[in-house]
Ligand binder design. Structure first.
Ligand code: CTP
Ligand code: MG
Length: 173
């Protein structure tokens, strides 16, 4: 039996999940963290607009996300950000919040094959995106990887296959 993939996370930190749509961010968050520890851009779109895929609510959703993130980090509460986070500007806003609160930022990257993300997307009944959007997200993710440490993440935990994701074991440090 192969060993577990340790994912080391400071108990007062910010965990930034990263991955294209369909990479399994929300599944990962639900499996490894408590429901109130996760701030999801989709859930917050649903909160303000009644529809998780209403793109017109994106700005409001991210404003709420950053507000809740700052409040939680100020209290030293572990906080997981469940959004694609494949664009640098999106990560920058999160990293700024963590830095202001003096909390470490950890990237947990679901770097799975594009084909798998596309396949899962096709099987989805809700939140199915155009394939071109997923291709673009995947490209942005790949381009982002070499820059993450310099952007300010204290650790970058890379999960590079469904098997590594399956065997991930979160360890609070
Ligand atoms: N899925 C799967 N096996 C996994 C993880 C996810 O079959 N190990 C499926 C889920 O059931 C879901 C789809 O793949 O139908 C996408 O998973 P999800 O966790 O929702 O992916 P996200 O990265 O959160 O996608 P999004 O950015 O669109 O929220
Ligand atoms: Mg999701």
């Amino acid at each position: 039996m192969r060993p577990l993939t340790p994912v080391r996370i400071p108990g007062d930190g910010m965990v930034v999940l990263m991955g294209a749509s369909g990479s399994g961010k929300s599944t990962f968050a639900a499996r490894h963290f408590g429901p109130t520890d996760v701030l999801s851009s989709d859930a917050l779109r649903g909160l303000v607009a009644g529809d998780e895929s209403d793109q017109s609510a994106t700005e409001d959703a991210f404003e709420l996300l950053r507000l809740a993130l700052r409040m939680r980090l100020a209290r030293g509460r572990l906080t997981v950000v469940d959004a694609t986070n494949v664009q640098r500007w999106a990560r920058r806003l999160l990293l700024d919040a963590a830095r202001r609160e003096g909390r470490p930022a950890i990237a947990v990257v679901l770097d799975l094959p594009l084909a798998l993300c596309l396949e899962r997307n096709e099987l989805r009944l809700v939140h199915r995106l155009p394939a071109a959007a997923i291709r673009r997200q995947h490209r942005w993710l790949v381009e982002s990887l070499p820059m993450l440490a310099a952007e300010g993440f204290a650790r970058v935990e890379l999960l590079r296959s469904p098997d590594e994701v399956e065997r991930a074991a979160v360890a609070l440090i």
